[in-house]
Design a protein around this ligand. Sequence first.
Ligand SMILES: C[S@@+](CC[C@H](N)C(=O)[O-])C[C@H]1O[C@@H](n2cnc3c(N)ncnc32)[C@H](O)[C@@H]1O
Length: 216
Amino acid sequence: MSISRSISSAQTEIHKDLQKQVERHLEHEFRKPIAAHTERAYEKIMDKVSQDPRPVIFDACCGVGESSRQLAENAVDKLVIGVDKSDFRLNKNYPNRKDNLLLIRADLNDLYRLFARDKVLFSQHKILYPNPWPKISHLKRRWHGSAVFPQLVALSKDLELRSNWLIYLQEFQAALKILGHESYIKQLSIETPLTPFEAKYHNSGQPLFQLVSQLV
Ligand SMILES: C[S@@+](CC[C@H](N)C(=O)[O-])C[C@H]1O[C@@H](n2cnc3c(N)ncnc32)[C@H](O)[C@@H]1O
């Protein structure tokens, strides 16, 4: 069993620059060119979505795709799309035989912008255990501190995040508030872990948290 230490950070509360950072990204368009592999992944996703009428659960940062696989098994009336930037992680999964599951490599910094450009709206959006980037200087690497945050938020009205670092979710909640969205955070009680990171943290006795938002 893999044991994990809880997050250690010099940061003990919401980052003092959060508001400035989120507002900057609302004011300035994110212009970095889109990577070709993510363009191709976007086309594959839209192709699949256009041929499948089921509501989409988008599983961002899915790692090895375990959560996507479980979601697809438990909700055959939904189409599950799991995305990770790491081919290595995605390829660790066994072959996908579910017709309601698509696991694909893409960089979400680009993919969220392509979705927003075409006003794509999915039924549910999950970001389970994103890299916390706990150093104070790493605010911009967290999703709510990133330039793509407005486009990330636009993807679905039903958004869920999970983390073992409460401050990450509190910051995300504050960032959502700046965009006019309410959310709530609660401590999770885990029975069957949904992801390998969830299993690792849970087995190490760490408290795990969930943010849920019904976006306006
Ligand atoms: C801590 S792991 C969590 C994986 C999985 N959700 C779990 O809980 O087991 C975070 C994942 O986010 C992925 N990731 C980070 N930045 C990304 C990006 N820009 N685009 C796509 N995936 C990204 C990483 O490759 C990694 O697999």
